[in-house]
Design a protein around this ligand. Structure first.
Ligand SMILES: C[S@@+](CC[C@H](N)C(=O)[O-])C[C@H]1O[C@@H](n2cnc3c(N)ncnc32)[C@H](O)[C@@H]1O
Length: 477
């Protein structure tokens, strides 16, 4: 047996110098990807790099910053033992994975993608999140919860969006392309039909009180081999319009209010803000009065998009789908030009994304005689606070800008011996866009009419001032 002394004296074996390597597998875009063998201490950095690349590709989430040295270490390890030749090659592969995923949006690929395992995993993980989105979508579409109403849930998946509405007294029919998702929906007690939402729906026209759709219509923004994205969007919105029942005439129903008009509400996850605008204009082209509603616009990951769509001209009902409804995209153009223009971009919180907040949406809908979306008191309270917070920020920036302008004025500078550093003179504003600055001035002018000066910031929260704040921020253009 070798003594401890002799073991210390023997030269280290070459294997002792070689870094220990372990396979790194990372789940990305729903698939486990093999990045090859890497030293375990670099696994965390490699994951972080991949997350950063993914965020950069989608434009969502905070950038991930790794120091140059750590990036270089991962790059070298990838080149030596990894499945991709360095960080650049991994980035290029990520773009390909993303494009592959986006390209596979035809009904057959969607059906293949959501196999039993994915359908089960999706349903298990996402129930609470999808329920929250669904209830918000139901608010936007004015779904009369607790009262009987017939709903169509487009892209219902495994029923996470239909079931909460059924539980609240609605009758819902789910439509989806994926057999396994639909099987899970059936198990949850939801009636379903398997169909491609970009094709004529196999349903009679004019029967549904509301159409809702949660986390599904973003798939329409991508072309398939057979259909352009524009054709897919046009077909889906024309079909949505066709299956909605006609508005009830006030004479036949004297208590008719907004809630008696059929409406569609879609929650979706656009890849880019311009996809949201494409969806909105496709819906408008099908004769809907539309508004893009954005919850948490200033948040890249928690931002939520909704499309409010209310048919505005006489409906041309097709008795059922098939050949007749195949023409519905063409027929859907309104006979008379009665479509209300979308709301002007409201406050500078939403203006950069060309969307609107729920308070402005309510004002716009009421002005145009459209069903006014309901909104919970909690959400309304939160929304007002968001506006107040934003208004405070704008007024603070304006004050700062004006202070800096005074400090940098040549006479002030001369009086102080011209000691102000030039970079301080240049950094006069942190407004992120021109509409913020215009809004700040309008707010200051409007509020100072009453107060004689910029009012105390806390004042913005009291009701009278809040109404003024909102009227400035939601100005009609
Ligand atoms: C993210 S899931 C949302 C499911 C459900 N609405 C929810 O909130 O849990 C998107 C669903 O859209 C469906 N989908 C995608 N493209 C479709 C198409 N062309 N026709 C019908 N359904 C489609 C998918 O099968 C999937 O079930």
């Amino acid at each position: 047996m070798a003594s401890a002394g002799s073991a210390e004296a023997s030269p280290p074996s070459p294997a002792a110098h070689a870094p220990r390597l372990k396979p790194l597998r990372v789940k990305i875009y729903g698939v486990e990807r093999d990045l090859g063998l890497l030293p375990p201490p670099l696994h965390t950095d490699a994951r972080a790099l991949l997350l950063g690349l993914e965020r950069a590709a989608s434009g969502k989430g905070r950038p991930v910053e790794l120091s140059e040295a750590r990036t270089a270490a991962v790059d070298a390890a990838l080149r030596k033992h990894g499945a991709y030749a360095g960080v650049g090659a991994l980035g290029a592969q990520l773009v390909r994975w993303r494009a592959e995923l986006r390209g596979q949006v035809d009904a057959a690929s969607i059906n293949a993608y959501y196999d039993e395992w994915r359908a089960e995993g999706y349903t298990r993980r996402l129930a609470p999140a999808q329920e929250a989105l669904t209830l918000r979508c139901a608010e936007v579409g004015g779904v009369p919860l607790g009262r009987p109403a017939l709903l169509l849930d487009v892209g219902c998946g495994s029923g996470l969006s239909s079931e909460p509405l059924v539980r609240r007294g609605c009758a819902a029919l789910g439509l989806d392309a994926s057999f396994e998702m639909l099987r899970a929906a059936r198990r949850a007690g939801v009636e379903v039909v398997q169909a491609d939402m970009a094709q004529p729906f196999p349903l009679r026209g004019g029967v549904f009180d509301r159409v809702v759709s949660v986390s599904a219509i973003q798939f329409l923004c991508h072309p398939t081999e057979a259909q352009s994205a524009e054709a897919r969007m046009a077909s889906a919105f024309a079909e949505t319009r066709r299956v909605l029942r006609p508005a009830r005439a006030p004479a036949a129903n004297p208590t008719a209010d907004g809630a008696e008009r059929p409406t569609a509400a879609f929650q979706f996850h656009p890849d880019t803000p311009s996809d949201a605008l494409r969806l909105q204009s496709a819906a408008s082209a099908c004769g809907f009065a539309t508004a893009l509603l954005i919850d948490q616009p200033h948040h890249t990951t928690a931002r939520r998009w909704f499309l409010y769509a209310c048919p505005t001209s006489a409906q041309r009902d097709a008795p059922h789908g098939g050949e007749h409804s195949r023409k519905s995209a063409r027929l859907a153009a309104p006979r008379e030009a009665t479509v209300a223009p979308p709301p002007a971009a409201c406050c500078s919180l939403h203006a950069p994304l060309r969307g609107t907040c729920v308070i402005a949406l309510q004002e716009w809908a009421a002005t145009h005689g459209l069903p006014v979306p309901t909104i919970s008191s909690d959400h309304l309270h939160w929304m007002k606070n968001e506006h107040a917070r934003h208004a405070r920020r704008l007024l603070r920036l304006l004050r700062r800008q004006e202070m800096m302008a005074t400090e940098c004025h040549p006479t002030t500078l001369a009086a102080s011996g011209g000691t102000l550093p030039p970079e301080r003179c240049l950094n006069t504003s942190e407004f992120t866009n021109a509409s913020e600055e215009a809004e700040a001035r309008a707010l200051r002018d409007r509020l100072s009419l009453e107060a004689g000066d910029v009012p105390a910031m806390e004042k913005l929260l009291d009701n009278a001032s809040m109404a003024q704040v909102l009227s400035v921020m939601h100005r009609a253009e």
